[in-house]
Design a protein. Structure first.
Length: 291
């Protein structure tokens, strides 16, 4: 396909996505970002391989995005107290979200909050972009990364169903914990002056009762482990993002610190079995046949 035509289709897809959202015909989801790569894939010589290797992952993530929004409907009880109780026990009686919002009040409402906002929304773009780069450069690294992300997503969804809990900002609304500022919405309102981005954010997070484990913390750790395995010289930005993402979600009141720890544990549980499977598959492929 002509490169100019492909780029034009890519731009039209982005514009159509924004238009449909503006008309409230769809809500943005993590899985909607993957088709953005299709026009880029058509520029590659191996477009068929792209479709073969991405389609299973895409279907699983699409199903995950669709089902995740129903988790709150399936839940019979929202737990407001377990997570803050664990948090106080782990952190010596304090809630890190409240401590950070009090200690860094002005920076979080100003320049620091703006920087953390960029990091927070990287959750929706960095995994897809990283997987695409890996697909172009190393198919084994791509397979490890995309399968690990799929695994942690499914583990997380299963937990959301059996343990529907409230994040700090929601627990504060029912006085389960002291008041928490929802700084993401505050910054979006400041940036857009009512242009609709706060609504966009809510729609990108269709289930507010799924804080544990935090996939916002889990995805960066999975990406770092995968990059460390196959491209160690590029690992340090990903390692930094692990802690930056964790700091942002706790400071913004979107997750407890125990949610972060849970996300890291789930990342390890997802990555290492997949890593073992990928290596065993590689060894079977290169093992010489007996005559």
């Amino acid at each position: 396909m002509n490169r100019r035509v492909t780029i034009s289709l890519f731009v039209l897809y982005c514009l159509a996505l924004l238009l449909l959202h503006g008309m409230s015909w769809l809500t943005l989801r993590f899985s909607y970002l993957i088709p953005l790569l299709l026009p880029l894939a058509l520029l590659e010589k191996d477009a068929k391989r792209f479709l073969t290797q991405w389609t299973p992952f895409y279907l699983i993530i699409l199903a995950y995005d669709g089902l995740r929004g129903f988790a709150d409907d399936l839940a019979t009880r929202i737990d407001f107290m377990t997570l803050p109780t664990m948090e106080r026990w782990l952190c010596g009686g304090i809630l890190p979200t409240l401590w950070l919002q009090e200690w860094l009040d002005n920076p979080l409402e100003g320049w620091l909050g703006g920087l953390l906002l960029v990091s927070y929304f990287g959750h929706f773009f960095i995994p897809v972009a990283t997987c695409y780069v890996l697909w172009r450069r190393d198919h084994e690294a791509f397979r490890l990364t995309i399968t690990s992300i799929t695994a942690i997503s499914l583990l997380g969804f299963a937990t959301f169903l059996v343990f529907p809990a409230a994040p700090p900002w929601l627990a504060a609304q029912v006085d389960a914990i002291p008041p928490v500022k929802r700084l993401i919405v505050y910054h979006l309102q400041s940036l857009t002056a009512g242009a609709g981005l706060p609504r966009l954010y809510v729609e990108m997070n269709p289930n507010p009762i799924a804080p544990f484990p935090s996939l916002h913390a889990g995805y960066p750790l999975v990406l770092w482990l995968c990059i460390k395995e196959y491209a160690p010289r590029w690992q340090w930005p990903f390692a930094f993002n692990v802690f930056l993402a964790a700091f942002s979600i706790v400071a913004f009141g979107e997750h407890y610190f125990v949610d972060v720890l849970g996300g890291w544990v789930y990342a390890i549980l997802a990555f290492y079995p997949v890593r073992k499977w990928v290596k065993e598959k590689r060894s079977r492929q290169i093992r010489p046949r007996r005559l």
